[in-house]
Design a protein around this ligand. Structure first.
Ligand SMILES: [Zn+2]
Length: 158
């Protein structure tokens, strides 16, 4: 599963195609909408594969705004605040072993987890990382998208 973003009239190879897994894409799109609401606004469907996007001028303006954010340190600051927030979310009790660290359901029995006192879902810890932990945000991804957007000649999100 992922998001494929196609340049409509790329001016260089960098503007032809940008791809993110959904895990990387959603935090990136959230940042874009939060940091640059006016620039993001012409695209209504940032989070779905509907072919929505920006035209050449809008895409370039957004890419340059993101680049400026990187230079000012805004993206790095956002990334560390983002990571700290995820870090602060408590881990969840593992539903496969009911928090015991030993998986006793049919799968656990068949795979010998009961004997071993282990659970493959939580590695025997009894808790799992919260869903938010699967959605990383980093500066390198913002930089890659900015590079793409500037050279894309407009883009569509599929
Ligand atoms: Zn477990």
């Amino acid at each position: 599963m992922g998001m494929d973003v196609y340049g409509k009239a790329p001016t260089s190879e960098k503007g032809e195609y940008f791809r993110n897994s959904v895990w990387y894409w959603h935090p990136l799109a959230e940042y874009i909408q939060a940091a640059h609401p006016a620039l993001a606004e012409p695209c209504q469907h940032w989070h779905t594969n509907d072919g929505d996007g920006l035209d050449a001028e809008q895409a370039r303006a957004l890419g340059e705004a993101l680049r400026a954010d990187i230079h000012k340190g805004t993206v790095a600051a956002y990334a560390s605040a983002y990571a700290a927030r995820i870090e602060s979310i408590p881990r969840e009790g593992c539903r496969y072993c009911e928090g015991t660290g030993t998986r006793r359901d049919e799968v656990g029995q068949q795979m010998g987890m009961v004997e071993r006192g282990w659970c493959n879902a939580c590695d025997g810890v009894g808790t799992c990382a919260p869903p938010e932990a699967h959605y990383p945000f980093d500066e390198a991804n913002v930089a890659a998208f900015a590079r793409f957007a500037i050279a894309s000649g407009g883009f569509e999100i599929w």
